[in-house]
Design a protein around this ligand. Structure first.
Ligand SMILES: CC(C)(COP(=O)(O)OP(=O)(O)OC[C@H]1O[C@@H](n2cnc3c(N)ncnc32)[C@H](O)[C@@H]1OP(=O)(O)O)[C@@H](O)C(=O)NCCC(=O)NCCS
Length: 198
């Protein structure tokens, strides 16, 4: 597993690894965290999901999970993900979830901003999209702060029926003045993708 990581002022984001099992089980087993995502599953089921998530990351087109840690103490606080990276559709979907005690401190904003910046700087895509339950106001606020906007004209493959889909296009993205992802190889996000030809 690659030791490469994305860093921000307070956070470190690296590929999810086998030692992150407890974090994964906590997130996917917690009813409040899963409120707008799906049914919280029992430990045994989530153990299998965790193994499947690690396996998927080894496949060229599988979803890829990343662990968000506080730099101080290397405390894991959540997961973010990228999936459905499509060079043909020039797009990818991102997701995020934080453990309850880590919310309301701007960590989600800080990590999602860095993740989106790195994806645009690294991947040959022009659109990043998110999908959320219409009642999930926390994620709606976060997405709005980053400039994601609702789309009615484009429905990406894999979007759930009745969920809100928002997109951020490369043209509406505020690129950081200092490139921070230059050191990340394209494989960090997923195999079998060639870097954007500049
Ligand atoms: C969605 C989710 C990731 C958002 O996390 P969050 O902690 O609420 O988001 P933020 O990082 O933006 O922080 C929110 C608040 O922290 C405050 N904050 C405190 N310190 C801050 C700082 N240093 N910098 C920035 N904001 C700070 C902000 O003012 C913000 O409040 P506001 O939204 O009223 O403006 C979280 O609610 C979650 O994990 N939910 C469960 C899983 C889920 O539903 N995921 C989405 C699936 S589609």
């Amino acid at each position: 597993m690659s030791a490469q990581a994305l860093t921000t002022a307070r956070l470190r984001i690296r590929a999810m690894e086998s030692g992150d099992r407890e974090l994964f089980l906590e997130l996917y087993g917690d009813a409040e965290t899963m409120r707008f995502i799906g049914r919280p599953a029992p430990r045994r089921e989530n153990n299998a999901r965790f193994r499947a998530a690690l396996d998927a990351a080894r496949k060229p087109r599988g979803p890829r999970f990343f662990t968000i840690l506080k730099k101080r103490g290397r405390v894991p606080i959540g997961l973010c993900s990228i999936r459905r990276i499509s060079v043909r559709e020039s797009s990818a979907e991102v997701g995020i979830m934080l453990i309850r005690v880590a919310r309301g401190r701007g960590y989600a904003l800080e990590s999602r901003r860095a993740f989106v910046d790195a994806a645009f700087q690294t991947l040959p895509i022009d659109t990043i999209w998110v999908q959320n339950h219409r009642s999930n106001t926390d994620i709606a606020r976060l997405n709005a702060k980053l400039g994601f906007a609702e789309t009615v004209h484009w429905r990406p493959r894999g979007a759930r029926r009745d969920w809100r889909v928002l997109i951020l296009s490369r043209w509406n993205w505020s690129a950081p003045s200092r490139p921070m992802a230059e050191h990340l190889p394209v494989e960090w996000f997923g195999g079998n993708i060639s870097r954007r030809t500049r």
